[in-house]
Design a protein around this ligand. Structure first.
Ligand SMILES: [Cu+2]
Length: 168
């Protein structure tokens, strides 16, 4: 029993810093923290938990995607570049030529601007070549408007209003 408890303790301690799980702050357009995203690496893909504070977003639906470059340092978050897309497909769950592996369902902000959402990204990993923590890292970017899952290249989701940096 003691051996089991010890093993459980070691596992719990190893999770936050390992490749299996990572938590990142989400910063808003003025670089202030507006929430966080927790990522868990599972056997079939990533489970994301998005938790944003009151006032973080305007109420309603917002597009969210995994962008290819791990950089949230500029206003507008253009440094995060485009969507992770090693398969060279088009954007959009409703597009016959889509989706990008980094496309995600919209998240909804409550009337107070807060968000609590859980998302699944099939096939994506935390580490490895096309993982969140690849050579140049990745950014999970939240947009001002909903993603219509059809329009190129980002479903008409508009400006980038939140950014979470994932790097080794
Ligand atoms: Cu995007």
């Amino acid at each position: 029993m003691r051996k089991f408890l010890l093993a459980a303790a070691v596992l719990a301690l190893s999770l936050p810093g390992s490749a299996l799980a990572q938590s990142a702050d989400v910063v808003g357009p003025k670089m202030a923290k507006i929430g966080k995203i927790d990522v868990k690496d599972g056997p079939h893909g990533l489970v994301l938990t998005v938790e944003l504070e009151k006032g973080a977003l305007k109420p309603g639906a917002h597009g969210i995607h995994v962008h290819e470059h791990g950089d949230c340092s500029d206003e507008g978050f253009k440094n995060s570049k485009g969507h992770v897309n090693p398969s060279k497909t088009e954007h959009g769950f409703l597009n016959p030529k889509g989706p990008h592996p980094s496309d995600l369902p919209n998240i909804w902000a409550h009337e107070d601007g807060s968000v609590l959402a859980e998302l699944f990204v099939p096939g994506m990993k935390v580490s490895g070549d096309n993982g969140l923590q690849d050579a140049d890292g990745s950014a999970i970017v939240i947009h001002a408007n909903p993603d219509d899952h059809t329009t190129q290249p980002i479903g008409g989701a508009g400006d980038r209003v939140g950014c979470a940096l994932f790097k080794k």
